[in-house]
Design a binder for this molecule. Structure first.
Ligand SMILES: NC(=O)c1ccc[n+]([C@@H]2O[C@H](COP(=O)([O-])OP(=O)(O)OC[C@H]3O[C@@H](n4cnc5c(N)ncnc54)[C@H](OP(=O)(O)O)[C@@H]3O)[C@@H](O)[C@H]2O)c1
Length: 330
C-alpha cells in the first residue's frame, strides 16, 4: 500500500511516499481504506519530536522523556504519521459486530498514528464511528481531533448558556470547533487569533474577534466567565482581571505551574484554573458525528494535497494563516 513515511526527525522534507505491506485486521479490528487524513498540530510536533525541547513541549515537562521514548529517542519508531482520517471499511475481524465492509467511517487513531496511508487497522472499540453523512471524506478527516478535544474539554469546563466565553486560539484545529460548540451551547463568544484568520473565525460564528498581534485581551477591561486557552499562552496572573469573580481559565495546553494553580484555586475558590487531558472514545466521536450532521459544527477545508505532496501540506500548516483544515488525499 502507499504510505507517507519518515525515518528521521526533521523538516517537512523528511516525509516521502513508500510502499508498505497492507495490514491485516486482527479478530477485533476493522481494516479501513483511507480516503483522506488531515494534518494537525500532533503530526507537526511528532515529525520533529527528536528535536523538541522542554520549552517547546506544550505539556508538563515530566511527560517529555516518556513521550520521547515512546516515539523514539533518535529515530521515529512510528514511521507513519496521521492521527485523524476518513475512509471506508474494507474488511472486519471475526469479533467485530458493529461495523461492516462498505461502511463509511471517520476515526481518531490519536497518538497511535498511522493515518497517512492507504490502509489502517483499528479496534472497533476505539474512536471510530460512521462518517457524518453530510460531509465529504476530506471534511470528515478534519473533524475527529478538533471535534473530540473541543467537545470533551468544553464539557469538563461545564460551559453554560448565556456565558461570555473567550477562545484564545480560535482559528486552529481545536479552537475552530470549540468556537462553534460554545455558540451551540448558547454562549456569547469572543475569538482570538491573528489578522489573516479574523474573517475565518467570524464566518464560524464569533460574536467578537480580537487580533492577538494588535490587542492583549487581558488589557481591554472586558470580563469572561470562561477563557479557553488552546496553546496556554495567557498567564493566570494577567488573565485574572479578565475573569468574572467565579470565572474559569481552561488550559488545553499546560505545564506543572498551571497544574499547581489548578490545585491551589480549587482550594481558594473564586476564579479558577482548569487543566484537562481529553480521553477520546467512540461514544464521543458519535456525539461529534451528530453535531456535524445537525449542522452545529462545520469543517472548512483550506487545501487538499495528494500523498506525494505531504511535505507541502506540512509546510502550509507551518507557514500559518490557513483558514480551515489541510488534508492529504489517498
Ligand atoms: N488537553 C488535551 O487533551 C490536548 C489534546 C490535544 C492537543 N492539545 C494541545 O493543543 C494544542 C494544539 O491545538 P491546535 O491543534 O488547535 O493548534 P493549532 O491548530 O496550531 O492552532 C493554534 C491556534 O493558536 C493561535 N495562536 C498562535 N499564537 C498565539 C498567541 N500568541 N496567542 C493566542 N493565540 C495564538 C493560532 O492563531 P493564528 O493561526 O491565527 O495565528 C491558532 O488559532 C497543543 O499545545 C497541544 O499540546 C491538548
Amino acid at each position: 500500500m502507499k504510505a507517507i513515511v519518515y525515518t528521521e526527525y526533521g523538516p517537512p522534507e523528511v516525509l516521502h511516499v513508500a510502499d508498505l505491506q497492507k495490514p491485516t485486521p486482527k479478530d477485533q479490528e476493522i481494516l479501513i481504506r483511507i480516503h483522506a487524513a488531515s494534518v494537525n498540530y500532533g503530526d507537526i510536533t511528532a515529525r520533529n519530536f527528536g528535536n523538541i525541547t522542554g520549552r517547546q513541549f506544550n505539556m508538563p515537562g515530566f511527560f517529555l522523556f516518556p513521550a520521547k521514548v515512546a516515539f523514539g529517542l533518535r529515530k521515529p519508531k512510528k514511521q507513519v504519521l496521521g492521527s485523524e482520517l476518513s475512509g471506508v471499511v474494507e474488511s472486519v475481524g471475526t469479533n467485530v459486530s458493529k461495523l461492516k465492509p462498505g461502511d463509511e467511517v471517520f476515526a481518531y487513531p490519536g497518538m497511535n498514528m498511522g493515518a497517512y496511508a492507504e490502509y489502517i487497522c483499528m479496534p472497533e472499540t476505539k474512536a471510530v464511528a460512521l462518517k457524518p453523512s453530510n460531509l465529504s471524506h476530506a471534511e470528515a478527516a478534519g473533524l475527529p481531533y478538533g471535534g473530540l478535544m473541543a467537545l470533551i474539554l468544553l464539557r469538563k469546563a461545564n460551559i453554560q448558556p448565556g456565558q461570555k466565553v473567550l477562545i484564545n486560539g480560535a482559528s486552529g484545529g481545536i479552537g475552530a470547533i470549540a468556537l462553534q460548540l460554545a455558540k451551540h451551547y448558547g454562549a456569547q463568544v469572543t475569538a482570538v487569533c491573528s489578522t489573516p484568520s479574523l474573517d475565518y473565525v467570524r464566518s464560524l460564528g464569533a460574536d467578537h474577534v480580537i487580533d492577538y498581534t494588535r490587542e492583549d485581551f487581558t488589557q481591554n477591561g472586558k470580563q469572561y466567565d470562561l477563557i479557553f486557552d488552546v496553546l496556554g499562552r495567557s498567564s493566570f496572573a494577567r488573565s485574572k482581571r479578565s475573569l468574572t469573580p467565579n470565572g474559569r481559565l481552561v488550559y488545553v495546553s499546560f505545564k506543572v505551574k498551571q497544574l499547581l494553580q489548578m490545585m491551589w484555586t480549587s482550594i481558594t475558590g473564586g476564579r479558577r484554573v482548569i487543566c484537562n487531558m481529553a480521553a477520546e472514545s467512540a461514544y464521543d466521536l458519535n456525539q461529534v458525528k451528530s453535531l456535524a450532521e445537525s449542522g452545529k459544527i462545520k469543517i472548512i477545508v483550506d487545501q487538499v494535497f495528494p500523498a506525494e505532496q505531504a511535505a507541502e501540506a506540512h509546510q502550509t500548516i507551518e507557514q500559518g494563516g490557513t483558514k480551515g483544515r489541510v488534508v492529504i488525499a489517498f
